[in-house]
Design a protein around this ligand. Structure first.
Ligand SMILES: [Zn+2]
Length: 428
């Protein structure tokens, strides 16, 4: 049975429809002006903005329970941030913590209008089956789409188990709602032996999801210890596989960006997280000359509106120019992110057009000034604080009028607060 939303201002990805409708099942059936609609409507948008739901190209659900945590923390470098916080946390995550993290993240993501995530998971003492726990909460229960992987790293000696978990999950989860990747931490915690094992497992087909040159030390370590830059090193092992995600790439050079582009890889930017870690700001214009840049959040807050605003601001500050990054540039990052998801889930995302996936959000945005397709992304950039009221994923209502329909948010958060306290006490 088709479901119809009516009386909305619709941004289709190309056009703006002033008073429009959209009819859909799991895919969009039709969209147009209210005057052309023959059937009744199921949801009256009362003039709200209807547009494709967001996609998050690089996140960390496992960081969810760290919010507000107080541990000894006095890092001087990026590696010390990992050592003093994230590696301590991820060694203490078991089934209950992963599940609670996933519900907490799902609630935030749904409220922010996110339909699909590329999650980079780490629980170094609970690897086998960890990705299925995430899938069970995010996809099967919350009704979102997810592409999951586990962080392979030599730092705890668990690399073989991680490779197996990634490969098993990838092989048994290939649909338009869920898929897998080969998760790798970063070049500086991966030995040549491990990269050889990863290469064998990927066989040139399984895309990798890795942090690259987030801190300068990652690049320096590769040059000093292996005599080559990070992307050259990955390429040497046949790991520049199409549709791979290289997160950050703050300190890579043009030749590395070119190699990523030639192999049809994507670079995930997460400016907000980079600012928080004081690791620098990637040169998006330089990277975009060679390859496609997408937007993730690195687990910092699960809220695309923040990332959409801070990404251009970061570029302007870094270049000391108010014209360094336009809202047209911002749109191209969003379009790239939809393309990345389309490639992984074998479905079309990012437009409200016949045949595209019915992943839609309604934003309570009543424009105070004229809104046309030419200035639509200016409205998004400058007026982005408006709340998402309803979210449909794969045609199903996941949130209606601010209330999550797929799980009990109140109960889930009560449980995540309980589990977080136990975890914090352990980490003291
Ligand atoms: Zn990350």
């Amino acid at each position: 049975m088709a479901y119809t939303i009516g009386n909305a201002v619709i941004y289709t990805g190309d056009e703006l429809i002033e008073d429009g409708y959209v009819s859909f099942e799991d895919h969009i059936i039709s969209a147009g002006k209210m005057g052309d609609l023959k059937s009744k409507i199921d949801y009256n948008a009362h003039g709200m903005l209807l547009m494709p739901a967001w996609i998050n190209a690089h996140t960390h659900i496992y960081s969810s329970l760290a919010r507000g945590m107080n541990i000894q923390f006095n890092p001087k470098t990026f590696t010390q941030i990992l050592d003093q916080l994230w590696w301590k946390l991820d060694r203490n995550l078991g089934r209950a913590e992963i599940e609670a993290s996933a519900y907490a993240a799902a609630a935030d993501l749904i409220h922010a209008g996110v339909s699909t995530i590329f999650d980079h998971h780490s629980s170094q003492n609970f690897i086998k089956g960890s990705l299925s726990i995430l899938k069970s909460v995010i996809v099967d229960t919350a009704g979102m789409r997810g592409i999951f992987c586990h962080e392979t790293s030599d730092r705890d000696g668990t690399q073989i188990e991680s490779i197996e978990e990634n490969l098993d999950f990838y092989k048994s989860n290939r649909s338009n709602t869920v898929s897998g990747m080969m998760g790798l931490h970063a070049s500086f915690t991966l030995s040549d032996t491990t990269l050889r094992d990863v290469s064998k497992a990927c066989d040139g087909k399984v895309p990798i999801h890795i942090h690259v040159a987030e801190g300068i030390e990652d690049e320096l370590y590769s040059i000093n210890d292996y005599g080559i830059r990070i992307i050259e090193r990955l390429d040497k092992y046949g790991l520049t596989i199409p549709n791979s995600i290289y997160a950050h790439c703050i300190h890579i050079d043009e030749s590395e960006a070119e190699t990523i582009g030639k192999s049809r890889g994507f670079i995930a930017n997460a400016t907000q997280s980079n600012m928080n870690n004081a690791v620098g700001i990637a040169d998006i214009k330089m990277l975009s000359k060679h390859t496609k840049v997408v937007i993730g959040d690195d687990g910092f807050g699960f809220s695309p509106p923040f990332d959409l605003r801070i990404t251009p601001l970061g570029q302007k500050i870094a270049k000391n120019s108010p014209t360094a990054f336009s809202t047209v540039d911002l749109k191209s990052l969003i379009d790239n992110t939809f393309e990345l998801a389309s490639n992984h889930l074998n479905s079309k995302f990012g437009k409200i057009k016949t045949g595209y996936a019915a992943d839609l959000m309604l934003i309570d945005y009543r424009s105070p000034t004229p809104m046309i397709k030419e200035n639509f992304w200016d409205h998004i950039f400058f007026g982005i604080g408006a709340p998402v009221r309803s979210l449909f994923i794969n045609g199903k209502p996941v949130m209606i009028d601010g209330e999550i329909k797929t799980f009990d948010e109140g109960e889930a958060k009560k449980e995540s607060r309980r589990i977080a306290q136990i975890l914090w006490d352990k980490l003291k």
